[in-house]
Design a protein around this ligand. Sequence first.
Ligand code: FEO
Length: 391
Amino acid sequence: MAARSLKPGVHAVGVLDWDKPLFDDLIPLPDGTSYNAYLIKGQDKVALLDTVDHAFCDELLANLAAAGTSKLDYVVSQHAEQDHSGSLPAVLARFPEAKVVTNQKCAELLKLHVHLPAEAVTLIKDGDTLDLGGRTLQFIFAPWVHWPETMFTHLREDKILFTCDFLGSHRATSDLFADDEAQAYLAAKRYYAEIMMPFRARLASYIQKIESLGVDMIAPSHGPVYRRPQFILDAHKDWIADKPKNHAVVAYVSMHGSTKIMADRLVDGLLDRGVGVTRINLPTMDLGQMAMALVDAATVVIGSSTVLAGPHPAAASAAYVANMLRPKARFATVIGSWGWGGKTVETLKGLLGNLKVEFLDPVEIKGLPTEPDLQAIDKLAATIQEKHAGL
Ligand code: FEO
């Protein structure tokens, strides 16, 4: 990706990673991702905001050259995670005069992860400014979006806010700007669900702070830039709201079809009662799809066959992931079929321990469901409907 301009003197010099299949070897990337870095030229000084994954350092250096960078005074590090800091050593080798501008916590993490020496760093505090000559960077600490050292950078004169990972999306696209908002919404929701949802409680204050700045543009560290900031801020306000929607996630794995019959009956029962459902067949699921469904759902139902006296590993993994993501769900339960005993329900319930949910009566059956078994599923659907009506 060549250097492109957000505004005169403000260039996107990051890279597109079209091919990466998994982020952190965990999160599926159906649309690839980008590692955004921004070059800001003042009358006196030049600053680079973040670098890129180390695999793309040559491309970053080429982009800097294409943007006419003959000297670099500062590299602002908003976040120490390696997808943004991995090329920092290569950038400093090319521009040894540059100082790394960051906060104390980020400096500690950069030392840890890319062996950045302390003497390369100029430390800043929350609210400090950096004068580039006619352009001013102001640093706004925003811990836990999604690491403890994360911060935003406000380019005041141009009304651009660089938000680090926050408000981003994993998308490799030739579009510099997220003007196709329908497309941008889904990618950003997936990204929020996978990365920011566990920190939901903190995000409202950051959104409020961003709104108070009155910026014209939000430039995150992944995905395209928002020229209508309120679009992405409003989307996040909806996602972080405490009240869940009238929606259930039914995520199941079925070894010989019995648990599938139960899951299907529950899905039908919920739909008949006006409850929205996301049905997930766990062995073939995309983790991002489940995470997105968890953003709004009021109820989480894990369906599992019993295998070797416990839950199927696919169900255990789904419960573990749901527990890590800490969605706003208010209710949870387990359904499933077993042959000769086990601790499927207890194990799955234990794996969901972080969720602040009322655990509804599980439906455990033996073998192929009978009509009374299916009536128990219908009763569960009715209970979920009632619980949702009381939200
Ligand atoms: Fe995009 Fe937390 O790194």
